[in-house]
Ligand binder design. Structure first.
Ligand code: ZN
Ligand code: ZN
Length: 251
């Protein structure tokens, strides 16, 4: 017993066990005071914006007036609006692969927003930008997060039914946007990306470079790209996907 105590006492900080909660979820209930080590990543595709989503359920819980209580439909509408706003904003600095919002009621997870980008460069550029901004009257605080799998971080009980640990559970209780909204946002992002890439490629096609022609042809085999080009032309969807058609589009 005594020996065990001595061992712990002389343990250097480098030998401390890493905190599994911080690694998996990017936040642990002990915060900076955790006895285990929180290893902050120096590069990551995931950003954490702590407490960004103001959960309306928490506001109504403190209001006495029953008439002020929001219906589940209203809560979903408020959330969808929030999700749309942050998605559109985060997408301006990089390509988003996942956007996750927690609705746990404990301090370290309450309203946490995790945005996972397709690349580490996009994430770090976005972090610089976001940390200079304000949201809802508060300065944004955003950091690189070690979370790389949301399925590991999610509370499975909450996802499928009710979590017996309640709103103070230490795994993510994820608030989901309406499916159609999420689908539309990701499709719009893809459309913008393809259009941008085609616009970059068009001038390069002219010197007859085969590699670029091939890339344009392959982009155009994607229905979203065809739709984007059709909208750009304000005509019906393209029937032909030849590079000669494409090269005229942006003239
Ligand atoms: Zn910890
Ligand atoms: Zn839970």
């Amino acid at each position: 017993m005594n020996r065990q105590y001595n061992n712990n006492n002389y343990q250097s900080r480098d030998n401390l066990v890493t905190c599994a909660f911080y690694n998996k979820i990017g936040a642990c209930r002990h915060g900076e005071k955790c006895s285990k080590k929180h290893i902050k990543p120096t590069t990551s595709r995931t950003l954490l914006l702590s407490n960004l989503y103001q959960n309306p359920k928490l506001k109504t819980a403190t209001t006495d007036d029953a008439e002020d209580e929001l219906t589940p439909k209203q809560i979903q509408e408020i959330f969808d609006q929030f999700y749309r706003d942050i998605f559109v904003h985060f997408a301006t600095t990089g390509e988003i692969s996942q956007l996750v919002v927690c609705e746990n009621e404990n301090n370290h997870l309450n309203g946490n927003v995790y945005v996972r980008y397709k690349s580490e460069t996009d994430a770090s550029e976005s972090m610089k930008q976001l940390n200079s901004e304000w949201f809802n009257g508060r300065p944004v605080h955003c950091e690189l997060s070690p979370v790389d799998s949301f399925s590991e971080a999610n509370c499975r009980a909450y996802e499928t039914d009710v979590c017996s640990r309640g709103e103070h559970c230490n795994y993510m209780h994820v608030r989901k946007p309406t499916k159609k909204l999420a689908d539309d946002l990701f499709k719009a992002q893809e459309k913008t990306r393809l259009l941008k890439r085609m616009q970059e490629l068009i001038p390069k096609i002219k010197p007859e470079k085969e590699e670029h022609k091939n890339e344009v042809a392959s982009l155009l085999s994607n229905p979203i790209a065809q739709h984007a080009v059709a909208e750009y032309q304000e005509k019906e969807p393209l029937e032909s996907t030849t590079t000669s058609v494409v090269s005229q589009l942006f003239d």
